[in-house]
Design a protein around this ligand. Structure first.
Ligand code: 5GP
Ligand code: ZN
Length: 113
């Protein structure tokens, strides 16, 4: 956990373009954007995956992440957007600290890769 990049960002030990912060989550700009607007909502406490949050019964936190992601989209001027939660290696997750992607500002395609 000490080596976790998102724990370091959450603790302010690694810089990020921060958009939002409260007691439970932080909103940042993705360092390698996949769309004109690409933001992330991460938990301040370390959880590996969304699955882990739900298994622990913390549906309030799961819902809060979606609510903050939605507000960040509105604030970024993208009323139409995509939320993504990659979960586990097969789900495409590369940073093992739970986060919700907010992507927008271009036409999104389906299916995702
Ligand atoms: P995942 O593949 O786990 O769903 O998404 C991880 C995301 O975190 C990627 O979009 C990647 O660009 C982003 N990311 C990885 N390291 C950093 C970092 O140090 N700072 C920021 N702002 N984003 C990062
Ligand atoms: Zn972490």
């Amino acid at each position: 956990m000490n080596d976790c990049i998102f724990c370091k960002i959450s603790a302010g030990e690694v810089p990020a373009e921060e958009l939002y912060r409260d007691d439970d989550v932080v909103g940042i700009v993705d360092v390698n954007p996949q769309a004109p607007k690409h933001m992330l909502v991460l938990t301040r406490k370390h959880y590996g995956t969304m699955s882990e949050i739900v298994e622990r019964g913390d549906e309030e936190l799961a819902g809060h992440m979606v609510a903050v992601a939605t507000k960040l989209a509105r604030k970024a001027g993208i009323p139409e957007y995509r939320l993504v939660v990659n979960t586990g290696a097969e789900g495409g997750q590369t940073v093992d600290h739970v986060h919700v992607h907010v992507l927008g500002g271009r036409q999104m395609t389906w299916p995702p890769g």
